[in-house]
Design a protein around this ligand. Sequence first.
Ligand SMILES: Cc1ncc(COP(=O)(O)O)c(C=O)c1O
Length: 487
Amino acid sequence: MHDKNEKIKMKNTATLELSEEEMRAYGYKVIDAIVTHFVTQHEKLPVVSGTREEMEQLFLKEPPANATNPEEVLDFVVNNIMTNSNIVSHPKSYSFVPGPSNFISAMADALAAGFNIFSGGWQASPAAAAMEINSLNWLLRIFGFPQKRGGGIFTSGGSMANLTALITARNVKCGDNYEKAIIYLSDQAHSSNIKAIRMLGFKKEQIRIIPTDGEFKFSLIKLKNAIAKDRLEGFHPFCLIATAGTTNTGTVDPLNELAEVCKKEDIWFHIDGAYGGFAILSPLGKPLLKGIEKADSLTIDPHKWLYQPYELGCLLVRNHHWLKGTFTEKPEYLRDIEGNTSEINFYDHGIELTRRFRALKFYMSLKTFGLNEFKDAISYNIKLAENVEEYLRQSPHWEVVSPATLAVISFRYHPIDSGMTENQLDALNQYISEKVVESKEALLVTTILNNQVVLRMCLINPRTTMEDVKETLALCEKFATEGMKKI
Ligand SMILES: Cc1ncc(COP(=O)(O)O)c(C=O)c1O
């Protein structure tokens, strides 16, 4: 009961609304900010820095009790928040996996949020569910998965797709009995897989990290030995994670051979194609990905090399019943919307109940630009990395450490006859990267390959030119000359 003296207004004005004119004016300002970002981003510096203290100063300590002018809040965000974020779609943003994005998909996200489409169950949004099914069918076709039996789900990203895959694999192969279950992955597999395995409750003793060979590929001989040993010791090998485009070097594991091992040993074959999967669209990438169609489950990540804005990951499976069998719960409060079996409720195919309408940006951008534009962009990226490799090889200063593979290349500054030790070379290349990042002119960070510090470029931005790369390498050389005097 309310206190009689407490005043509750029965004519509610707290509706969180703006007038129509205010909404239009506000919306146009948002669009203007986004368009300005798209057309000017290459003129800006891609890197920002901000300490905890500096960033904290931007915000109020207490939640604001009273209203602020909407445009004031918007201006604050555009001028202080967006400007204090790295531009991952900048042509000189080479590190990690860049996010080149595209305008159509950004607008699709605005529509999805604007209409607040609930993409959990069929009944709430049948057309959205059908669009997701249709988009997944395109992907099944692209990746050579079974059309009728295959299935999948859009996720927030590659990490969630890997987690969803491994939950499914464990359920299908082990049920509730997984104390002796063993999972295999290479030392180049992405950390999200280990995270997922740990989240599933597997102990360290149940994880086999198999060393890669000289080309950073899964070593088949070491894998076969490990499986044989585990069987002899009474363990249950149940899942193998291969990578189609490793994050470090773009390397693709020997997919056909691994598929054969899995088939013979009755092991679930998961492929993490979050980075490299979409190279299948290019005639330059497709031959490297032979065997990808043999996976039981495949992670792909449109917010990487399909130029989608965050967040959009995807899991494909050979048999959609596996997802349904793993994730279906039937609470009484959802009984009225169960629908019939042809009407997919995506909350039965994955972890999330409430899901944003992720398929919209995928569908709208593919329909707008056409698949050929994506194919050409991906081919351009692969070729650009190959041209960068050629350029580096022609220089007496640079050493290519891992060749251009699916648009990733790693190299280090190592002048011929410099007489520098490995430690000095590591320090020098670390110095180059730190100085480049400090200059904010480019985002170029290091990784470790063969115990060496190397610079790594991931060239999946279709707007990055050879000129951009040459300018960045010239900057590196300037810092290298400076660094050599200090080291
Ligand atoms: C091979 C691979 N798998 C998984 C992931 C994780 O994907 P996300 O960052 O979308 O969660 C990444 C991210 O770079 C990756 O490169």
